[in-house]
Design a protein around this ligand. Structure first.
Ligand code: CAA
Length: 306
């Protein structure tokens, strides 16, 4: 890919330009977000608590960048090497939250899905980050409003929800709370565009758009197995060939992570006990209880070679 086709940093009549992004949490999602932000010309600071986590993140990014480069620079080895160096040059890692926030324009939190831990983190970030910095979460199931409840800059908060694998999935959900200002919202939309993503917006509702529809669908597929209606293989084949989905629901559950999926449905069931679309599953509980979390652990509904 020629340098000229790299997306330029975002500007809009109302929004601010995002130049530096601090990403907190270097798991699969945080690494993917760091990669696409750096590829689109942003300076990225990736923060985690241990060096081994950051090393793992950098490995994930390198592996993914190699796939990107193989595709984009098929017959241009030099171009590929330059691209890799340039992107890597825009990614810094840090174990120091305070330092990582000094001159950042945007924070994207991508840590564990635990409300209490996120609330504490956001309170801390709010006290350290410059006044203009926008604070966002990549949560897939928790209310942004509750995550940022102790943040003073309520006009500068929002949700940026990415999809796995981040470098491939074209969507970004931009969530505005009732306090998110128009300027913040426009800045986040423009940032999404600069990343090369198509943005959709959603109110701060459970699961936003995608997970609100996707999670109950995947859980219903497990209920089909529990009832003996169909095998996992046939359910997956049916949805791939009959509905045109790239993965069937059971395959996708293994891909997303069964622990993550269980966490989401359990949380929603607890919060909204009367909502029939938020169902839990005994079979899911059993498999997760056995330590089978899907592709990442080598086994879930299916087995995977590592
Ligand atoms: N980094 C860079 N490129 C990658 C990549 C990565 N991590 N993973 C895949 N790719 C690229 C490959 O290089 C390949 O490129 P080409 O076609 O140009 O060669 C392309 O993506 C397809 O990959 P593969 O050929 O390896 O495999 P595939 O065709 O089976 O596609 C898939 C894999 C993209 C994951 C596809 O199966 C898919 O879209 N699955 C659905 C994923 C999905 O629904 N994600 C959302 C989950 S929900 C979520 O994330 C939200 C939440 O909060 C839980």
């Amino acid at each position: 890919m020629a340098a000229s086709s790299i997306a330029k940093n975002a500007t809009s009549s109302l929004g601010r330009t995002i130049k530096t992004v601090t990403i907190i949490g270097g798991g699969l999602m945080g690494s993917g977000i760091a990669q696409v932000a750096a590829e689109s010309n942003h300076k990225v600071i990736l923060v985690d608590q241990k060096q081994e986590f950051l090393d793992k993140s950098l490995n994930i990014i390198q592996t993914s960048l190699k796939r990107v480069i193989k595709k984009k620079f098929d017959k241009d080895q030099q171009g590929g090497e330059k691209y890799l160096n340039d992107v890597n040059g825009r990614i810094q890692t840090s174990l120091n939250l305070e330092e990582s926030l000094q001159s950042t324009d945007l924070v994207i939190e991508a840590i564990v899905e635990n409300l209490g831990i996120k609330q504490k983190l956001f309170k801390q970030i709010d006290q350290i980050a410059p006044k203009h910095t926008i604070l966002t979460s990549n949560t897939s199931s928790l209310p942004i409003t509750e995550i940022v409840q102790d943040v003073k800059r309520q006009d500068k908060v929002g949700g940026l929800h990415f999809f796995n694998p981040v470098p491939v999935m074209k969507l970004l959900e931009v969530i505005r709370t009732s306090s998110t200002s128009d300027e913040t919202f426009q800045t986040l939309l423009a940032f999404g565009k600069a990343l090369g993503k198509t943005t959709v917006s959603c109110k701060d509702t459970p699961g936003f758009i995608v997970n609100r529809l996707l999670v109950p669908y995947m859980i219903e597929a497990i209920h089909m197995i529990e009832r003996g209606d169909a095998t996992p293989e046939d359910i997956d084949t049916a949805m791939k060939l009959g509905a045109g989905y790239p993965m069937g629901p059971i395959e996708l559950l293994d891909y997303v992570g069964l622990d993550t999926s269980k966490y989401i449905v359990d949380g929603w069931k607890k919060r909204f006990p009367d909502d029939a679309s938020f169902k839990t599953s005994e079979l899911l509980n059993k498999i997760v209880g056995e330590g089978k979390f899907g592709k990442k652990t080598g086994a879930g509904f299916y087995k995977y070679s590592k």
